[in-house]
Design a protein around this ligand. Sequence first.
Ligand SMILES: [Zn+2]
Length: 313
Amino acid sequence: MSAEDLPESYQERLERLQELSEFTEKCKKQLNDIFESLGWSQDYKGKEPMEQCPYDPNHRVPVRTMEKHKASCRLQKMGYSAEEQAEMYDPSVCYENSNIRSFTMDKSTQHQVILQARSAAPLMKMEGVFWQGQYSGQPVDVPQNHKRALCDLTVADRLALYDYVVGVFNQQKESAAASDDLYVDLVSKLQKDEKQNEPKSHLELMAEMRDYKRRRQSYRAKNVHITKKSYTEVIREVINVHSAELAKQWKEEEDEKDSSRSDRSSHSRWPDRRRSRSSESRHNRRHRSRERSRDREGKKKKKKKRWRRLKGG
Ligand SMILES: [Zn+2]
């Protein structure tokens, strides 16, 4: 490098710097325009909390979409392509409100089932049965599609898993049948107990069961609103019950009055009798009260007499 070159290169550097800063300014302006037209803010730092993906420490994922990412990342790690993932559906919704029983296999159950079947199998090759070499020795991920079920599990594995699942369902069926018997027995017993009464309807039985559950300590303990009422709440309830009873009574009296008023025009038999009975009772009451007052007066007179006698004597 010569001495004359130096200022020139310095000049060049300055120019380059100028160029670069102009370029960055231009980029910044473009970005600003884009953000502005989209209505976005560039101030994104710290707004969206991020988390590390449990399957790949290099993945930083927003907490908001973590569950979705985890599901797909897990499948990705298990070797399922995006196309295969797109074909997968969660079938659990189909079994929610149906009688069809379903079984969800997990990796450890699958491994246990295969190990068990393997240990029960003969050590050496035998005609007609699977021998130990035909089972997978290492735990295998639960296959998520048919292709993987064929590739990852051996024929012997699949038969063992099939037998296991069928066995689980048969067990469930048996226990369900047993509880059905229990229910039937309970009903017949109840009917035997109250043979003089009419047999109870299904609704009544359900109500009884519900009441029984309510009486149980655990139910009462869980439902604090039943057991722990404040004094005000108790009093409010008492007042409500009494008010309702009074309202009912008044309404009945009103109805009675109305019906007796309308009876005067119509000559039906029953309300007439009711009215006469009520007037009779009113009469009786008056009569009785008159008697009572007479009685009281008599007592007073006696008292006076006694008083006079004492004075005189
Ligand atoms: Zn991930």
